[in-house]
Design a binder for this molecule. Structure first.
Ligand SMILES: [Zn+2]
Length: 657
C-alpha cells in the first residue's frame, strides 16, 4: 500500500518537473557537460501538498528526487548528467541549535563557510573481479569501500579491485559555521558538510567567508568503521551563496522608504552619532570618526572585486588609551550596533587566525584554506582589542588587506586570494603606563610604522581630570537606561539597516568645491610644513583618508553629492584626531625624514615585506615580487623621483645580504 502511494508521489514529482521545467530540460539535454536544474521549492511544495496533503520535504524527498533524476537521465551518462536541486526552501532551523535530536532530519538554514577542501575523487561503484572465476561484481560505495564476501559463481572469497571498470565522482567537504549576524556572542558552532557529484564539481566558486543557504540531511555518523567515535555531518543537497555582501537581504522596500524619509531629517547626523553609543558620555569626535568608519568611502559599483591600484574605500581607526579608559565599553557599544562586526583580542590571536591558514582535514587528509578573522569580517568591521599584543609580523600581515582589501596566501600548495573588504578598528595600550601626547606616538606604541601609516584616524583617548565629566560617566555606567532616554536615538535594527543601505546604495560624487577644499588643505599644510622645516608633513595617504571621510559624511545623509561642508567636516575630525595625539596637520606625516629619505624608507619597507613573504611556506619568488612591487607602488604614490625597480633591487640585495 505505502509502496503504491510512494510510486504515485514519485510519478507526480516527475510530472511536475516535466511540465514546469520543459525549457530547462531541453537545454540541459543538449549540454555535453553536467548541468543542474533548480526546482523552485515553493511551487513544488504547493503542488505536492494539494495532491498528497503533506509537505514535500520529509524523509523520502531525496528518493523522490532521485527517481526523477534517474528518469530524465535515462540513456545519458555521468559526463552530461542532469542534477536536480531544490531552491527557495524556507529555513527551518538555526545552525546554532543543531544537536543529536535532529539526527536524520532535513534541514534548511543559513551558514558561513569556514573552509572548503579542494575537489577530490571517490569511487561511486567499485568493480571487483573474483580471483577464482573472473566474474565481476559491482558494489556501490556508501561511505567506505566494502569488498564482497563471497562470489555467487564459484564461491571464491578473494577479489581484485578493477580501477578501470569502477566509476567515480567528485566529493568535497566543507566546514560550516554560524553566520555573523546570527551569532549571539561567544564561540560559534561549526559542522562538517559533505557534498558529492555535481554539487562538488568545479562550477562552484565557493570560498571561505561566503555566506550560503544550505539544504541537507543532518546525520550522526561514525568517524571510522573501526572506531567508536561519532560526529555530526550535514549531507548537503544544495548549497547556494547568498548575495555576496549579505547585509542587504533584510532590507525591505518599506524599510527603504522609511530610511530615505529619515535621511531628510535635518538632525539625522546628530541622531546617528548619538545612537552609536548612547551609553558613553563624551568622546564626541571619536564617536563621529567611528560613525564615518561604519559608513565607509565609496565602494565600486557592482562591488566588483579589486582591480590593480584600485583605491580602497575602507576606513581604519586606531584608538590608543590607558587601560581602563573605556575602550572596551566603546567596543561593546559598537558590537551592539554595527551591521557586521567581529571582535577579537590581540592577546590570543595568531597571524593565521587573523588572515588565513592552511588546515588539514582529519577525515580526508587533504589541506584546505581556512579564513582568518579579517576575511570572515569581509564588508564589515574587524575589531581587535589589545592590538599591541599581536606580534609585529601579525600586525604587518594586515598591511595587505588594509590597503588591497584581500588576503592572498600560498601554503601547502594552495594558492588562494580571499576578499577582505574589511574596515579595521583596533585598540592599543600605550607602552608606558600612560599616553603622553608630548612624546612621539611611534615610540609609545608597539605597532610598526608601515602598519601605523595605514590608519585613517588615530585617536588617543584622554582621561582628563574633569570632575563633572567623571561624575556623568559614572552616573551613566550606573544608570544606562536613564541616560539613553536623554538623547534622541534611533531603533538599533533600523540604525543597522540605515548604515547598510548607505553602504550598498549610496555613492556620492565629490563636488568640485569639496575636492578643491581637500587639495587646498593638503597643499597649504604641506607648504607650511616645508617652510617651517617640520620633519613630518602630511602625506598623500592622509589626503586619501580625508576623501573617504568626506564621502562617508555625505553618505550619513544619503546625499549623491559630497559638498564642501562635508570636506570641511572631514578636515575638522581629522585635525581633532591629530590633536589627541599631540600633532598638527603640519606635523602629521607618517615618518621622520620622509622628505630627505623617501627611498631609504621604501627600501626598508620592501625588505620587511620580502622577508615576511619568504617566511610563508611555498610562496613563489615571482609572486612575492608582484606583491612587493604593488605595495611599494601604492606607498610611493605622490612621492617624487621614486624608481620602484631600484627600490626592489636594493631591497633584495639587502635581504640576500
Ligand atoms: Zn568466482
Amino acid at each position: 500500500m505505502s509502496n503504491v502511494d510512494n510510486n504515485d508521489e514519485k510519478k507526480a514529482v516527475l510530472r511536475f518537473v516535466i511540465d514546469n521545467y520543459r525549457e530547462q530540460l531541453k537545454t540541459a539535454k543538449e549540454e555535453i557537460k553536467p548541468s543542474k536544474i533548480s526546482i523552485d521549492y515553493t511551487l513544488l511544495n504547493h503542488y505536492y501538498n494539494q495532491k498528497f496533503s503533506k509537505d514535500f520535504l520529509q524523509k523520502n524527498y531525496r528518493m523522490n528526487l532521485k527517481y526523477v533524476e534517474n528518469r530524465i537521465n535515462k540513456g545519458r551518462n555521468d559526463k552530461n548528467y542532469i542534477s536536480l536541486s531544490l531552491v527557495e526552501v524556507p529555513p527551518n532551523v538555526l545552525l546554532h541549535d543543531l544537536d543529536a535530536s535532529y539526527n536524520g532530519q532535513l534541514i534548511s538554514t543559513k551558514a558561513m563557510i569556514k573552509n572548503i577542501t579542494p575537489i577530490q575523487v571517490k569511487p561511486k561503484t567499485v568493480a571487483w573481479e573474483c580471483r577464482g572465476c573472473t566474474r565481476l561484481q559491482y558494489i556501490e560505495v556508501e561511505k567506505q569501500i566494502v569488498e564482497p564476501s563471497l562470489c555467487p559463481e564459484c564461491g571464491g572469497r578473494s577479489f581484485r579491485l578493477l580501477p578501470e571498470s569502477s566509476t567515480y565522482h567528485n566529493v568535497r567537504y566543507v566546514k560550516l559555521e554560524e553566520p555573523l549576524e546570527l551569532r549571539s556572542g561567544g564561540n560559534s558552532r561549526e559542522f562538517k558538510g559533505y557534498m558529492e557529484d555535481y554539487l562538488a564539481g568545479p562550477h562552484h566558486n565557493l570560498k571561505p567567508g561566503d555566506v550560503v543557504d544550505i539544504l541537507g540531511t543532518f546525520n550522526v555518523e561514525r568517524l571510522n568503521p573501526n572506531k567508536q567515535d561519532f560526529e555530526f555531518m550535514i549531507n548537503l543537497h544544495n548549497i547556494t551563496p547568498v548575495n555576496d555582501s549579505f547585509e542587504d537581504y533584510r532590507i525591505t522596500e518599506s524599510d527603504k522608504e522609511m530610511i530615505r524619509e529619515m535621511s531628510k531629517d535635518p538632525n539625522i547626523y546628530r541622531k546617528l552619532v548619538d545612537t552609536l553609543m548612547p551609553e558613553i558620555y563624551g568622546y564626541d569626535v571619536v564617536k563621529e570618526g567611528l560613525l564615518l568608519q561604519l559608513f565607509e568611502g565609496n565602494r565600486p559599483f557592482e562591488d566588483s572585486f579589486k582591480s590593480d591600484y584600485m583605491d580602497r574605500w575602507t576606513i581604519h581607526v586606531l584608538l590608543i588609551g590607558d587601560p581602563g579608559i573605556g575602550k572596551s565599553q566603546i567596543i561593546s557599544a559598537l558590537k551592539k550596533r554595527a551591521p557586521k562586526i567581529i571582535s577579537i583580542a590581540g592577546t590570543n590571536t595568531s597571524q593565521a587566525g587573523l588572515t588565513s591558514s592552511a588546515v588539514k582535514d582529519e577525515l580526508t587528509g587533504t589541506w584546505a584554506m581556512e579564513a582568518g578573522a579579517i576575511v570572515l569580517a569581509d564588508t564589515g568591521i574587524l575589531c581587535i582589542d589589545e592590538y599591541d599584543k599581536l606580534t609585529p609580523s601579525a600586525q604587518k600581515s594586515l598591511n595587505e588587506p588594509m590597503e588591497q582589501l584581500s588576503v592572498s596566501s600560498a601554503k601547502a600548495n594552495l594558492v588562494q586570494t580571499m576578499s577582505a573588504r574589511t574596515s579595521l578598528l583596533v585598540c592599543a595600550n600605550p607602552k608606558y603606563s600612560r599616553f603622553d601626547k608630548y612624546q612621539d606616538l611611534t615610540k609609545q606604541i608597539d605597532i610598526p610604522d608601515s602598519n601605523l601609516s595605514r590608519f585613517d584616524l588615530v585617536f588617543a583617548l584622554e582621561d582628563k581630570i574633569d570632575k563633572e565629566k567623571d561624575t556623568r560617566l559614572a552616573t551613566n555606567l550606573l544608570h544606562k537606561e536613564n541616560f539613553i532616554n536623554e538623547v534622541d536615538v534611533i531603533d538599533t535594527d533600523l540604525f543597522k539597516k540605515y548604515i547598510t543601505y548607505a553602504k550598498t546604495e549610496c555613492f556620492p560624487i565629490l563636488e568640485e568645491s569639496a575636492c578643491k577644499c581637500l587639495v587646498d588643505f593638503y597643499v597649504n599644510t604641506r607648504q607650511t610644513a616645508l617652510r617651517d622645516g617640520s620633519a613630518k608633513p602630511i602625506t598623500t595617504r592622509d589626503l586619501m583618508a580625508l576623501e573617504r571621510l568626506t564621502i562617508a559624511r555625505a553618505k550619513t545623509e544619503l546625499r549623491d553629492i559630497a559638498s564642501i561642508s562635508d570636506a570641511e567636516h572631514a578636515i575638522r575630525i581629522y585635525k581633532e584626531a591629530l590633536k589627541t595625539i599631540g600633532l598638527t596637520p603640519e606635523t602629521a606625516g607618517e615618518k621622520e625624514n620622509v622628505l630627505s629619505n623617501n627611498e631609504a624608507e621604501l627600501i626598508q619597507e620592501a625588505e620587511g615585506m620580502i622577508e615576511h613573504f619568504r617566511s610563508m611556506d611555498g610562496m613563489f619568488e615571482d609572486d612575492i615580487m608582484i606583491h612587493v612591487r604593488h605595495e611599494i607602488g601604492v606607498m610611493s604614490k605622490g612621492m617624487k623621483n621614486i624608481d620602484v625597480d631600484k627600490i626592489l633591487e636594493a631591497a633584495v640585495k639587502n635581504v640576500d645580504g
